[in-house]
Design a protein around this ligand. Structure first.
Ligand code: PNS
Length: 164
């Protein structure tokens, strides 16, 4: 049984993330989306909200589960029995950060392989930060996130605006 973890902040989960997940689900028996709980990083959505958003978007993928985790990624992989980590690569600018993460994870746990999938062309520009930047200023994010997530991102910014 080949189990992989697809880890990330997913704040929010974009169409680019969904594309990588769908492709990873074809390569592995089980894929577990690991949503990072990081108290030091200010996120737009809580871990619970992010897990729910991804569950909704990925409900048609039968071999995918979504779980939040804290601590080291390699420990999470061991807990869920995963032998591979999936990461998406967009541009050359991703390379240094990904190489660094691979090196740390590989040093901590050499048996866990990292598998990089290149972003499909329509998503090579896309990131959660871009989604938030565009949504913050009222831009259209419908080609960047699923409709259910679009609604939640827009309501979140609306609520933040009303708080001021
Ligand atoms: O979507 P992101 O923010 O680029 O994902 C980064 C993530 C969650 C994969 C990375 O920060 C992570 O694995 N964090 C858990 C802590 C850890 O294991 N750190 C060592 C590897 S750098």
């Amino acid at each position: 049984m080949r189990v992989a973890v697809y880890p990330g902040s997913f704040d929010p989960f974009t169409k680019g993330h969904a594309d990588i997940l769908k492709r990873a689900a074809k390569l592995f028996d089980h894929v577990i989306v690991g949503v990072l709980v990081n108290p030091y990083k200010k996120c737009l959505f809580s871990p619970k909200e992010r897990v729910q958003q991804i569950c909704d978007v990925a409900k048609h993928l039968e071999n995918v589960r979504v779980i939040h985790f804290d601590g080291l990624l390699v420990d999470f992989c061991a807990t869920v029995g995963a032998t591979a980590i999936i990461r998406g690569l967009r541009a050359v600018s991703d390379y240094e950060y990904e190489m660094q993460m691979f090196t740390v994870n590989n040093t901590l746990s050499p048996k866990i392989e990292t598998v990089f999938l290149m972003a499909s062309p329509p998503y090579s520009f896309l990131s959660s930060s871009i989604v938030k930047e565009v949504a913050k200023y009222g831009g259209d994010i419908s080609n960047m996130v699923a409709p259910s997530i679009k609604e939640e991102v827009e309501s979140k910014f609306e609520a933040l605006k009303n708080e001021k």
